[in-house]
Design a protein around this ligand. Structure first.
Ligand SMILES: Nc1nc2c([nH]c(=O)n2[C@H]2C[C@H](O)[C@@H](COP(=O)(O)OP(=O)(O)OP(=O)(O)O)O2)c(=O)[nH]1
Length: 131
């Protein structure tokens, strides 16, 4: 069976990146991630990310480009990370998260990231530095 893809979004706005604190399931609750979710059959990764960011945070965003890397989450599920830009709205933890925070370049290590997400931080720092 083909792997199902989870798309996480490095949402950047005014030089900061959005971190979201998961509220469920129990094994990851309280940890911070790049918000996103599973791509539905027939959906591109960009469409999946834009849909998930609207459902979970209430914002309109545009997926910009995929970051290098791919991380197995569990059998049949792999995580890919995309950068995204905020088009409209202020992110709120509507679904799946208990809190959201904008982090500047000096704050990237200030939250307890999920392991895979932590590996992406050097690339996120480069994106923030590049403006
Ligand atoms: N969204 C997201 N999930 C991540 C990240 N890093 C990471 O290990 N995960 C894991 C946590 C979850 O087990 C899984 C993603 O599931 P999800 O709950 O976000 O997906 P979803 O919104 O489509 O969920 P559902 O509709 O199936 O309930 O991937 C990340 O940066 N973003």
């Amino acid at each position: 069976m083909e792997n199902r893809i989870v798309v996480g979004g490095v949402l950047i706005h005014h030089g900061r990146v959005l971190a979201a604190r998961r509220s469920a399931p129990a094994e990851v609750a309280g940890r911070w991630e790049f918000p996103g979710g599973k791509a539905e059959p027939g959906e591109t990764q960009q469409q999946a990310l834009e849909r998930e960011l609207f459902e979970e945070l209430g914002v309109r965003a545009r997926a910009v480009g995929r970051l290098p890397g791919e991380w197995p989450i569990r059998a049949g599920l792999v995580l890919r990370i995309w950068s995204a830009e905020l088009l409209e709205g202020e992110p709120e933890p509507l679904e799946d998260h208990s809190e959201v925070r904008w982090l500047g370049p000096d704050e990237l290590s200030a939250v307890d990231w999920l392991e895979h997400d932590r590996e992406v931080l050097p690339e996120v720092a480069r994106l923030l530095a590049a403006g």
